[in-house]
Ligand binder design. Structure first.
Ligand code: SF4
Length: 248
């Protein structure tokens, strides 16, 4: 039976103590273990940023890449060896900012890879600048007078770009996140999992308390094949639904 330590060497981590990225990767590794996918059959592409620094701790095959380029390299790895389980991991800056063109192309092309976005709504490694998912009006080091444009909704963008598997998880719900990862990795095609990952060091808005009051799970009978309902649900903003919104 595989163990977390077969995949992870946490001593090499450079994250802040208590960073919610630990929970994300605990869930991801648990999903790989439960799917009986071995480290030597797994390749992960990592972006720049706190999310990408997970590259330090994995014992799988890994590529630490230029900002925004995790998806095309993951597609290349899968093309070269289709027996590998291939996962691309980045933050909201890398995937929804610098790499958003690659995301849209992957939604259209439907390669058999999983993209996981550690979405903390900030550029955290560089100490807290606004990212594409930061809310309008938010004051950060790069927006001292308040951000003057609306947040990108990455999942409606992916859905309108013909993505066929779209999900959202939360690092405060590790078991639920593990189940989402299992389904995303097992899916034969491009799967996108946006993970709400509060930055406990730099963010005083999107905190664990903020999410605790707002997140809820889509019910068991959620119609995952209904694109119109997924589109509407993904625009909900007072509460924050979690789960698999769309799967074709
Ligand atoms: Fe985690 Fe935020 Fe620290 Fe980065 S800055 S390691 S996201 S807590």
């Amino acid at each position: 039976m595989l163990k977390q330590s077969d995949f992870l060497n946490l001593k090499e981590s450079t994250w802040c103590a208590g960073c919610t990225n630990f929970a994300l990767h605990r869930a991801l590794v648990q999903a790989l273990i439960e799917l009986n996918i071995k480290p030597h059959n797994t390749a992960i592409t990592f972006d720049i940023g706190c999310a990408g620094n997970a590259c330090n701790i994995y014992k799988t095959y890994g590529f630490h890449l230029l900002h925004g380029r995790i998806i095309p390299v993951a597609m290349g790895a899968k093309t070269a060896n289709d027996k590998l389980t291939v996962i691309a991991i980045g933050g909201d800056g890398g995937v929804y900012g610098e790499g958003v063109g690659h995301l849209i192309e992957a939604c259209r092309a439907n390669p058999d890879i999983t993209t996981i976005v550690s979405n903390n709504k900030l550029y955290s490694l560089t100490k807290g600048q606004a990212s594409p998912t930061s809310k309008k009006g938010v004051k950060t080091k790069s927006t001292p007078y308040g951000l003057d444009k609306p947040a990108l909704n990455p999942l409606t963008r992916a859905l309108s770009s013909e993505a066929k598997f779209i999900a959202r998880g939360y690092t405060g719900e590790v078991k639920h996140l593990t189940e989402i990862f299992k389904k995303a990795i097992s899916y034969k095609g491009f799967s996108l999992v946006d993970v709400l990952q509060p930055c406990i060091t730099l963010d005083k808005i999107n905190t664990r308390e903020y999410y605790k009051e707002r997140v809820y799970r889509l019910g068991k009978n959620w119609p995952t094949k209904n694109k119109d309902k997924a589109f509407k649900k993904l625009q909900e903003d007072k509460k924050i639904p979690l789960g698999i919104f769309y799967k074709k």
